[in-house]
Design a binder for this molecule. Sequence first.
Ligand code: C5P
Length: 210
Amino acid sequence: IASLIIAVDGPAASGKGTIAARLAQTYGLPHLDTGLLYRAVGVGVLDAGGSLDDAAFAETVALKLDASHLTDTDRLTSGEAGEAASRIAGYPGVRAALLAFQKAFAAQAGGAVLDGRDIGTVIAPEAPAKLFITATPEVRATRRWKQLTARGQDIAFEAMLADIVKRDERDAGRGAAPMVQAEDAVLLDTTDMGIEAAFDAARRIVEAAR
Ligand code: C5P
């Protein structure tokens, strides 16, 4: 087919990133992890000595961000970066500054896979294939804890779980582009699935939608 946009949304550590990357590989599409944009802005604010409470400053950082050169470094994938990201992601000015890059990425010839919180609702509402991937907070915290521990980061499981629950509430409760399942998105609960089963389910959803 000519063009395929796949929108993958869901909470932290739901498996959406891994699934999005594998869908991109399967269909030969470019993949954008939009969480990295917000993480880079959060880290940019911290590195500049700014406050995460300062919406105008975060917007300045977002406007200056070179989004085309982001890779998932240990710094950007850290819990600190995730927390900073979710703090600045609620500012409408920050979201507006990152909008054009994401929309252009989604609109490129041939299509693309994007994962985040508002892909199916705001960035690419026209996407034919939309998934909302979730799992219980306990299962997501366990996954993220294993991931970070394997990378040598030292974090307690209870702190991880509290972090995830707090981030869900902030992302779902904000006024600007809150995390919500698009009306036409298919819900995929990966709580009792390994990555292979989750990916197979995701691929079937895309096949049915394209
Ligand atoms: O997905 P990830 O955990 O990397 O996202 C980090 C934070 O960035 C999220 O908790 C959310 O606040 C924000 N985000 C967002 N919209 C997106 C992607 C991420 O608000 N499309």
